[in-house]
Design a protein around this ligand. Structure first.
Ligand code: DX5
Ligand code: ZN
Length: 216
């Protein structure tokens, strides 16, 4: 399977969000990555339901919603209602992760778990068969435009190894500092979905940049 590209609208121009969504619609991107930050789990606040609903109104591609919030169970239904196709919660934010994952699936969404850079992949051993997606954070979550952490390659290989045995259809997604310098190595390590924010939206030609990330 060719790897998927998920541009993160955190790096879009919020005053021209419809334009940037339409750009993603026209591009070779597969998903639209939507970063939700609550100012508690991460030291930043992004945006909430009105923005997700507005994005959904114009998007022709699935919304890949990444919840960087404490106690995400409180808001799963609201994000599903707002148009999320995939909902990813953080391992570090869930006390009863298995219950949370089942709740996401019962809402009709694909369920993902994100791991912060310090969180070992081995902690997924007893949940991996229940997951549609694992999101490996390659920066500390909270901000776009940060430097890629190279330990990520090892973690992707570990997830790939686990998925080969117990969940071959798993999406292995990488988020943070993705660019054309690291894309092929990420894919070689086993990543099959790449999030890219600043690298896409700060480029001179975002359409072409998405195409290059897709072809890499
Ligand atoms: C970081 C977010 C990322 C961010 C990626 O906390 O989860 O999705 O938008 O942005 P770049 O690609 O600029 O690192
Ligand atoms: Zn994200």
């Amino acid at each position: 399977m060719k790897h998927l590209i998920a541009p993160s609208i955190l790096a879009a121009d919020f005053a021209n969000l419809q334009r940037d969504i339409e750009l993603i619609n026209q591009s070779e991107a597969d998903w639209i990555h939507v970063d939700i930050m609550d100012g508690l789990f991460v030291p930043n606040i992004s945006f909430g339901f009105p923005v997700v609903e507005a994005v959904k109104k114009h998007a022709t591609k699935p919304l890949d919603v990444h919840l960087m919030i404490v106690d995400p169970d409180r808001y799963l239904k609201a994000f599903a209602d707002a148009g999320a196709s995939h909902i990813t919660v953080h391992y570090e934010a869930c006390t009863h992760l298995h219950r949370t994952i089942q709740a996401i699936k019962e809402l009709g969404c694909k369920a993902g778990v994100a791991l912060n850079p310090h969180t070992p992949v081995a902690l997924l051993e007893d949940i991996i068969t229940d997951l549609n997606l694992v999101l490996i954070m390659s920066v500390n979550p909270g901000f776009g435009g940060q430097k890629f952490i190279t330990n990520t390659y090892k973690k992707i290989e570990q997830v790939k190894g686990m998925s080969a045995v117990s969940n071959p259809g798993l999406f292995i997604e990488v988020d943070g500092g993705v660019n054309l310098q690291n894309t092929s190595q990420l894919v070689a390590a086993g990543a099959n979905a790449l999030v890219a924010g600043n690298f896409v939206f700060s480029s001179d030609d975002p359409l072409q940049t998405i195409q290059q990330l897709k072809q890499a």
